[in-house]
Write a protein that binds this ligand. Sequence first.
Ligand code: ZN
Ligand code: ZN
Length: 82
Amino acid sequence: MRYSYRWSHKKDDRKIPKFNCPRCLRRFFSHSGMNRHYRLECGDVPRFKCPYCEMRTKYTQAVYRHVRTKHRGMTPAFLRLF
Ligand SMILES: [Zn+2]
Ligand SMILES: [Zn+2]
């Protein structure tokens, strides 16, 4: 007598990410995951950060302006995030 084993049924329960980022078309399992990516990592990412608080921006000038108005007396500077 021969027994046949099913080695794997992985194909059947493999999940397919069905939420596409509208900008870069990366796929995500959940709508909230896609949204988070879209807002925080996709496209134009804020690269510069205020060294004195959590403010982030795409432009170094904006950090300088921010430091001059929000952190009076501090040296205008920025941190490069990446
Ligand atoms: Zn994207
Ligand atoms: Zn700041």
